[in-house]
Structures are given as structure tokens and as C-alpha cells.
Write a protein that binds this ligand. Structure first.
Ligand code: ATP
Ligand code: MG
Length: 438
């Protein structure tokens, strides 16, 4: 992508309405624009990051055996009346009537919708286990939308729903999602701690919130300090029994709670960390709550009809964009992990119009593009300082800076955004440094 032909409306001033770093930086980097309270447009740079995050989530769901579907945003009220949640959900649900005066709603979640799909097609336990997921916009009329896309009213969620014959099957499904979440977040450079959580109005017997640590987080969290030295990247084979792996993680004390009760805490005071965190995922096992209410039954091996055991598994895909920035930024701007960066490498031409600079940039750009590295070429006519500051603000992980002074000695400057380290090398070596196999 040539920056001169791109739409990157960066802001020089710090927007006053933004209280936390991720919100400020997303506005300054031209990633999003507010449409109304808690509702945002995603501009080209923001959309690229959102898509990269969604792609990682999708890949890991796929590896864990979940199947992608796409359910609509608008749902009929009837299925929510069947489950009993139409009245319970309250003011967070956006209710709409169509031209025939039929009651509809903009889905805040999809348990009812997916249960309706299941009961229409599945009759026998032989079709189980089944796990269906989608990545779709949700609407919740939050009392206090804030922090930009972190607590929006319209937001993008991945939600998966598992169906099993019994509690034992459901536990296996739950463990798969548990593990896939650790892998998903680790791929984004995040340490997410699974914490036992209240199951709240959704009910049920098992639930974990996945939380990343950040001072601006909305959840109070308490955990044993050993959490900070766990290795989350262990290699996992989904066909194996995952229980020992899950036990290893859940045996270390970690809880998300607004108030911590020291009398009931198994961890000695010296070992207890008290911090704040951002919830980026939430998994539940809730048994037959929806299947029983909505008649989603299957015949078991003995021929008896039984309601299926279900779980639901959410990831805040749009919230993750902000969460990653909260976890990875400095006073110059965003520091994208390579895996979700909008562009992997920026080639910065300090003097467009200079024949050697232009030719070197073009050749670097072509090699990177051919190798699938998502390069961004800053070919704009602007002050060198402003160009370098913009690349740091939008957080490009590798930057190759080409200027007339370096060209006299046949070198370009390679900069790693994360460490700030720079090296003057030949254009060829620069390509190897950013990961190109020459
Ligand atoms: P919270 O406690 O933050 O309101 P929740 O428990 O209501 O979250 P779930 O219903 O479990 O959330 O939704 C799954 C995921 O969707 C959450 O873990 C979170 O990452 C994301 N999410 C929920 N509400 C919002 C929101 N208003 N804006 C952005 N993301 C959200
Ligand atoms: Mg909520």
C-alpha cells in the first residue's frame, strides 16, 4: 500500500474525550471514528487490525474443531420468549418492530438462535459432539459505553456454542475451548489469565473469564504471583485428554471479583497479586438451560430423548484491538505485535523525488509485497520527522528508512518498533532482517 493513496486520517492533537491510552491512540492513528455513543466506524487501518484478529480467532476455533456459521444480527422475539430471556434481558436489549409489527431484536448474544438451528436438524446423539461458532456484530445498550471500542454498544464478538450428550462430553468441549483461548491470546502477544467467575444471569456450573492485566481494566482481579511465570505456549494436541493441562492452569489461584474476601483466600498475602484487568473472553458451561426450555433434545444410545448439554464461549474481537494496545504501547504510539499489525513492514522514503531513494524504496516494496509481507510505503511529501513519528504512532513493527545520506553509503536504516533499536545495513540485509528469505 502506498501511503499517498491511502486513507489515514491521523490526528495531531490528543482527543479530549478519550480517557485511556487505547482509545486515544485508536483515534489519533485514524483507526476508528465515533458515529454515536458506543458505536464506531472502522477506518482502513483499524479494519485491517480487526480482520487480522478475527482471522487468528477463526483459525484457532477451527483447530479446536468448531465449525463456522453466520447467524443474523436481527432475531425474532419468539425464540427469546421461549427461553424466558425476552423479559429478563432488560434495557440492554435493543428491541425493534418490523413493518408488520413483528417484534424483533438486535442480538446481544445467540444462544436462542443457535439452539433453534440445532433443534431443527439434529435428532440423534450420533451427530454429537458439535460446536458451532460465528463472528458477528452484537448490540447491547450498555448503561455506560466508554473507553472507545472497549465497552461499545455495537461490538464484534466471536461466539461458539457446544452441544453434547452429557456433562462428561460437555466438559471435554469446555476444555477444548479453554485451551484454544490460551493459544488464541498467546498468538496476539497477550498473557490472558483464566479466572473463575460468577456465572451471573446466564446460570450454570462452570465459567472462566479470560483477563489481561491493565491498570485501566474494569475488573478487579486477584491471583497467585506464580501466574506471572507460567508458560502458556505449551504444544497441545486436541485429541489428547486436556484435563491435566486445564488443571495445571486452574490450580493456580486466580479470581475476578469486585471485592476480595481475604478470609476465604487460600493464598498467603505475600503471594497474592491484586490488580485490574480487561475481560477479553468468557466461557460457560450451562447444562440444559436452553435446550430443555426450547426442546433441543437428541435420542441417546438407549433410545431415550434427552436435552443436550450446552456451553457458550465468547471472545471480544473488537475489544481485543483496544486490549492489545493497552498491553503494548509507549509514549510515541502503538506497538503492534507482528501477528496483528495492520502492515508488517513500512518502507519510509525520506526524500520522494530523489531518483536513488525512489528506486530503492520501490525495489524493497516489491520484494516485500511478493513475499506477502503487507508492506506500507510512505511516499508522501512531508517532513522526515513527521513521517517517522507517524510510523511510530501507528505502530508498524519493522520500519526500513531510506534517505539520501544513507544512500551515499549504500545503506538503509532498519528499526524495530518494539525495542527502538536501529541498524544501518544494505537493502538486501534489511530484507533478511524483517524476515524475508532471500
Ligand atoms: P462485561 O462484563 O465486560 O460486560 P460480559 O460478561 O457481558 O462482559 P459476555 O457476554 O461474556 O461479556 O461476552 C463475551 C465477550 O464479549 C466478553 O468477554 C468481552 O470481551 C466482549 N464484550 C462484552 N460486552 C462488550 C462491550 N460492551 N463492548 C465490547 N466488547 C464486549
Ligand atoms: Mg456485559
Amino acid at each position: 500500500m502506498r501511503l499517498s493513496q491511502y486513507f489515514l486520517p491521523v490526528l495531531k492533537e490528543t482527543p479530549k474525550e478519550a480517557q485511556i491510552a487505547s482509545h486515544r491512540l485508536m483515534l489519533r492513528a485514524g483507526m476508528i471514528q465515533q458515529s454515536s455513543a458506543g458505536i464506531y466506524s472502522w477506518l482502513p487501518l483499524g479494519k485491517r487490525v480487526l480482520d487480522k484478529i478475527a482471522a487468528i480467532v477463526r483459525e484457532e476455533q477451527d483447530r479446536a474443531g468448531a465449525l463456522e456459521i453466520l447467524m443474523p444480527t436481527l432475531q425474532p422475539a419468539e425464540i427469546w420468549q421461549e427461553s424466558g430471556r425476552y423479559d429478563d434481558y432488560g434495557a440492554e436489549m435493543l428491541r425493534i418492530q418490523d413493518r408488520h409489527k413483528r417484534d424483533m431484536l438486535y442480538g446481544p448474544t445467540n444462544e436462542e438462535q443457535v439452539t433453534d438451528i440445532f433443534r431443527s436438524h439434529v435428532r440423534s446423539y450420533k451427530a454429537l459432539p458439535l460446536n458451532l461458532f460465528h463472528i458477528q456484530w452484537k448490540f447491547r445498550d450498555e448503561v455506560r459505553p466508554r473507553f472507545g471500542i472497549m465497552r461499545g454498544r455495537e461490538f464484534l464478538m466471536k461466539d461458539a456454542y457446544s452441544f453434547d450428550l452429557d456433562g462428561e462430553g460437555a466438559r471435554i468441549a469446555y476444555n477444548k475451548m479453554f485451551v484454544s483461548y490460551l493459544k488464541t491470546f498467546a498468538r496476539m502477544g497477550l498473557t490472558a489469565i483464566p479466572m473463575e467467575a460468577d456465572t451471573g444471569p446466564i446460570g450454570g456450573d462452570m465459567s472462566h473469564e479470560f483477563i489481561i492485566l491493565a491498570e485501566t481494566g474494569e475488573s478487579g482481579v486477584y491471583f497467585h504471583k506464580d501466574w506471572l511465570k507460567t508458560d502458556l505456549l505449551a504444544d497441545i494436541n486436541y485429541d489428547a485428554d486436556l484435563q491435566p493441562f486445564v488443571d495445571r492452569f486452574t490450580s493456580i489461584y486466580a479470581r475476578a471479583d469486585e471485592k476480595h474476601d481475604p478470609t476465604n483466600c487460600p493464598v498467603a498475602n505475600d503471594d497474592l497479586m491484586t490488580m485490574r484487568g480487561i475481560e477479553i473472553g468468557h466461557i460457560f458451561y450451562f447444562g440444559t438451560k436452553y435446550s430443555a426450555a426450547m426442546g433441543a433434545t437428541v435420542s441417546g444410545p438407549d433410545g431415550k430423548n434427552l436435552p443436550v448439554h450446552m456451553g457458550s464461549y465468547g471472545i471480544g474481537v473488537s475489544r481485543l484491538v483496544g486490549g492489545i494496545i493497552e498491553a503494548s504501547h509507549d509514549d510515541k504510539g502503538i506497538i503492534w505485535p507482528d501477528s496483528v499489525a495492520p502492515f508488517g513492514v513500512a518502507v519510509v522514503n525520506l526524500k520522494p523525488g530523489d531518483a536513488i531513494c525512489d528506486a530503492t524504496c520501490q525495489s524493497l516494496y516489491d520484494s516485500l509485497a511478493a513475499a506477502g509481507h503487507d508492506p506500507l510505503l510512505d511516499d508522501r511529501d512531508d517532513r522526515p520527522g513527521a513521517k517517522l513519528a507517524a510510523m511510530d504512532l501507528i505502530g508498524i513493527p519493522w520500519q526500513i528508512v531510506v534517505g539520501p545520506r544513507g544512500m551515499e553509503n549504500g545503506v538503509v536504516e532498519v528499526k524495530r518498533r518494539k525495542s527502538g533499536e536501529t541498524r544501518e545495513v544494505s537493502a538486501e540485509l534489511a530484507l533478511t532482517m524483517v524476515g524475508l528469505k532471500l
